[in-house]
Design a protein around this ligand. Structure first.
Ligand code: ZN
Length: 344
């Protein structure tokens, strides 16, 4: 996509919710308001983060996922055929951690629009390019208990259909980039080849805006930190899935890079794609310096052309401290500005 300068910055998607909107430092926070007051609080928080991103020099902004409790369940709440009242405990991401998940009990259908309010609200309040994130079919399937379809792929395709319906409506709302979040791609790498890309294609079918896919090693929660310790000295999951993504119709791939053990050469497998390089670690409260961010950009430049490099965060910042997240946004903006001077 065209941009005003080299290294346009963006974020993976989510940002922490202020304490007056929801519980803080949690992945599944409870709302602190109800009814109209909750809608107003979500909009206030959205405004706050739009302004903070603009001030920090983030070029392609998001609404920070301020209107959804969790990146997967926020979507599922708008789907018929799901029993939210009776959640069950299930090991997710290949049993990496337990989550209380809703059950699929009937045919899946959208009840109506999922993210219309926040998408239109954000569009009305920023002139920047606006990205909107949606959970991917494989990740959703890994975050619900199936009591109806009895076939993972069939259920994934049913979800992909719903994602596509909402994505097309978001496009009409004025969104510039639709990003499908697929952290599960890094867990079920063989399934990505077998059916994950097909489901992704179904989800982005017919979209005329820029499309992206985010694949990471998860939020900075303890279960993920423990999992990363088991992955060895080099994380090579991307090696299996990137060639398939390079051949896919998605235009941008968002990946984890800062402080990770991903060999940077694997980025080279994404020829022809825009690469959203994670230069901000979301699993650490230590704020990167602009120099550090520019250094990471410099290392990635060995494997991706400058015109295709978009500095980004490793993953969403939802469970982080709000003040630290703000400082990390500023480091991202300042680091990209420094890189523009260094590597022009
Ligand atoms: Zn992520």
């Amino acid at each position: 996509m065209e941009s005003p300068h080299l290294f346009p910055t963006t974020i993976a998607g989510s940002l922490p919710k202020p304490g007056w909107l929801a519980e803080t430092d949690k992945l599944w926070p409870q709302w602190r308001q109800e009814g109209e007051a909750l809608v107003a609080a979500k909009q206030d928080a959205t405004l706050l983060w739009l302004k903070s991103q603009e001030d920090a020099g983030i070029d392609i902004v998001t609404e920070g996922e301020q209107s959804r409790q969790h990146f997967v369940h926020g979507f599922l709440e708008a789907v018929d055929g799901i029993d939210f009242a009776n959640k069950v405990k299930m090991g997710i991401r290949n049993n990496r951690y337990d989550a209380m998940v809703p059950q699929v009990t009937g045919p899946l259908r959208l009840k109506g629009r999922v993210h219309q309010m926040e998408a239109r609200f954000a569009r009305a309040h920023t002139q920047h390019k606006l990205k909107f994130t949606l959970p991917g079919p494989m990740t959703i399937v890994d975050t619900v208990a199936d009591r109806y379809y009895g076939d993972k792929v069939k259920m994934a395709m049913a979800f992909a259909e719903l994602i596509n319906t909402e994505a097309r409506a978001l496009l009409a709302d004025g969104v510039d980039v639709i990003q499908i979040d697929e952290p599960a791609f890094n867990v079920y790498t063989d399934d990505v080849i077998d059916w994950g890309i097909d489901a992704l294609h179904r989800a982005i079918d017919g979209l005329t805006c820029t499309t992206a896919c985010h694949i990471c090693y998860g939020y900075g929660i303890q279960a993920n930190l423990d999992w990363k310790k088991t992955l060895g000295s080099e994380w090579r999951q991307y090696e299996t899935i990137f060639p398939a993504l390079a051949k896919s119709r998605v235009q941008q791939v968002s990946l984890e890079c800062a402080h990770s053990k991903v060999p940077l050469s694997l980025i080279g497998l994404l020829k022809g794609k825009d690469v959203l390089v994670g230069v901000i670690d979301v699993a650490s409260n230590v704020v990167e310096t602009p120099e550090e961010v520019a250094d990471t950009i410099g290392r990635a430049l060995e494997f991706v052309p400058a015109a295709r490099l978009y500095p980004c965060t490793n993953c969403g910042m939802a469970p982080m401290d709000r003040g630290i997240a703000l400082k990390k946004l500023q480091a991202l903006g300042a680091g990209a500005a420094l890189a523009r001077e260094r590597y022009r």
